[in-house]
Design a protein around this ligand. Sequence first.
Ligand SMILES: C[S@@+](CC[C@H](N)C(=O)[O-])C[C@H]1O[C@@H](n2cnc3c(N)ncnc32)[C@H](O)[C@@H]1O
Length: 189
Amino acid sequence: MRLDVGCGAIRDGDVGMDRFPSPAASVVHDLLDVPWPFPDATFDSVVSHQVFEHLPAGGDEAGKDHLFRICDEAWRVLKPGGTLEFDVPHARGRSAFGDITHRRYFVPFAFSHLWDGSRDAWYPRKIWALEYCRVYRWMPYAWHVRTHYPRVAAVVGRLPFTHPHVIFVKLRKVATDRPSPGRDLGAGA
Ligand SMILES: C[S@@+](CC[C@H](N)C(=O)[O-])C[C@H]1O[C@@H](n2cnc3c(N)ncnc32)[C@H](O)[C@@H]1O
């Protein structure tokens, strides 16, 4: 079972969730509103294509960043060993600032908080195993182009674009649920 978070008009998976109704959205729900309406350990994979850049900067009342809240929620609805895949525009690419609805701008290193538990441990969040964090210099951000028009994608992929364009991240929910690091750095120090 695959959940597409922020599915828009074309769903990648069995269940689509978006805050706007469409035939692809099996569930109309704001992903900032946690918990999502699914039991624990429901899905084998969660995907989110070109959505995280639309999230407002900031976090909840406790100061937990929205991105960490969402990734933690994906963790909850994933089975052990399940994967979270997402792609976002690269901050140095053309599309990052080319859409007035974009609220966040990313470079690959920014996501290392999600898999690197040894650094900046004051951020409370689940620690994932990293499968990959890749930068593409062209425009494979539309998963449906890659899936349904692979020849187009292959031709465009050979063109000599010079700027990073999109970041792809794949994370795995490791079998052992390491607790989120606490916020109090001083505790036990
Ligand atoms: C650029 S579109 C991408 C749509 C689709 N994933 C695709 O690749 O074609 C961004 C989508 O994220 C959804 N979205 C943005 N913020 C959201 C939120 N807080 N809750 C649910 N959906 C959200 C929007 O409604 C929109 O459908």
